[in-house]
Write a protein that binds this ligand. Structure first.
Ligand SMILES: [Zn+2]
Length: 384
């Protein structure tokens, strides 16, 4: 499976040659993948001796995945194919404060409707990928700590999304999913990377040696709650004072702009005002970039990433935000750590979370563990 995903269409002979597996072993494995609908055979493309040997390619149309990227102020939903092409998408505003048991059922209803609207059937769903704004225990699928949605902590989200569908559901922290999205971009081969989510809050996703780092209690990367020097002290929404995001987070910028009489409810409004040329909003965003860069410099010195990727709503004002960020990252990191460092915008911009959730679940569906545990019997489906 991994070979076909990496190389494109291959014959059984190619697969045997490249893996060193016997013909019988290749035939058995390919037979399993054809039965699961993950490969299709292009007939008559190549001939070995008397019998035409078709080339095998990945069957992106062999199923669909459901995707939900939960943010503090909205939830982005999508239906994608197994190759992460988005077939349908929408963004809905819901009151997440009422807790996931009450908030999620209409969200899942909407996802199911989107499946029908794009001409597919719920029986085609092979998995669900979800991102949430807080630290997640990927084994239980529950948030363990979120300052953005504290009422969601400890509640297993898998069953709320899965309902009657007998499919895997993966739940991951939003910034980690944004890092995973870059596996679908030209950065896919970069082993050491930091993804910055600069939005309502600020956090980073860390990939080292090609492996996502979550930390011992899944709390790695909470950069927004690193204390910085501020006078007079400011209170953060986590209860501590002088956290980075209490100065440079989207919620803090929106609040500061409200104080100046601007009609700004959310970080996206603040960015819109700045992009229209409001000098004070622009100044705040550039200054936020500087502040984030100050703290990020410590992570760059510590981890020596090859690339820092900037995403999230604040990154929509990329020029002023990143101008400030570059300034302090290069000033305050060691020279060797920044010698070849690239700071770039996230590949999928607004859709980074959606593509990341689709990648999260599709990478699982096409993994050896999932393929070996899957049954080839038709999956039962009861939606009564
Ligand atoms: Zn804080």
């Amino acid at each position: 499976m991994q070979l076909v995903l990496a190389e494109g269409a291959l014959s059984r002979t190619d697969i045997g040659r490249m893996t060193g597996l016997s013909r019988t072993a290749v035939t058995a494995r390919v037979g399993q993948l054809l039965a699961q609908g993950l490969l299709v055979e292009e007939s008559g493309a190549e001939s070995t001796g008397g019998r035409p040997a078709g080339r095998l390619r990945f069957n992106a149309a062999g199923g669909i995945v459901l995707v939900a990227s939960v943010g503090r102020s909205r939830i982005q939903l999508a239906v994608a194919d197994l190759g992460c092409s988005v077939l349908a998408e929408c963004s809905i505003e819901v009151d997440q404060g009422i807790g996931p048991q009450r908030c999620l059922p209409p969200v899942v209803d909407q996802l199911y409707r989107m499946v029908t609207d794009c001409g597919r059937d719920l029986a085609d769903v092979r998995g669900i990928g979800v991102s949430v704004p807080g630290c997640v225990d990927p084994d239980s699928g529950a948030m363990v700590s979120s300052t953005a949605l504290p009422s969601w902590d400890g509640i297993p989200l898998r069953e709320l999304f899965r309902r009657e569908l007998d499919v895997p559901v993966l739940v991951e922290k939003d910034v980690n999913v944004m890092a995973i999205a870059e596996r679908r971009s030209p950065l896919r081969g970069v082993p050491d990377m930091i993804m910055v989510k600069a939005s309502t809050g600020i956090s980073i996703g860390i990939v080292l040696g090609g492996v996502l780092q979550r930390g011992a209690l899944f709390a790695a990367g909470e950069l927004g709650h690193v204390p910085i020097g501020v006078e007079p002290p400011v209170l953060c929404r986590c209860g501590q004072t002088n956290c980075l995001e209490a100065v440079a987070g989207g919620w803090a910028i929106a609040k500061a702009l409200q104080g100046l009489g601007r009609d700004v409810k959310h970080v996206r409004d603040a960015v819109a005002v700045a992009l229209k040329g409001d000098p004070e909003a622009l100044g705040m965003i550039r200054d936020a970039g500087r502040r984030v860069g100050e703290v990020l410099a410590a992570a760059v010195t510590l981890l020596n990433p090859e690339v820092v990727v900037i995403g999230g709503d604040l990154a929509s004002a990329y020029e002023p935000f990143v101008a400030g960020l570059r300034e302090t990252v290069y000033q305050r990191s060691t020279a060797l750590a920044t010698r070849q460092l690239r700071i770039v915008a996230s590949t999928f911009a607004e859709r980074q979370g959606l593509i990341g959730c689709a990648t999260l679940i599709n990478d699982w569906i096409t993994s050896a563990s999932a393929i070996d545990s899957a049954t080839t019997a038709p999956r039962s489906l009861n939606l009564a």
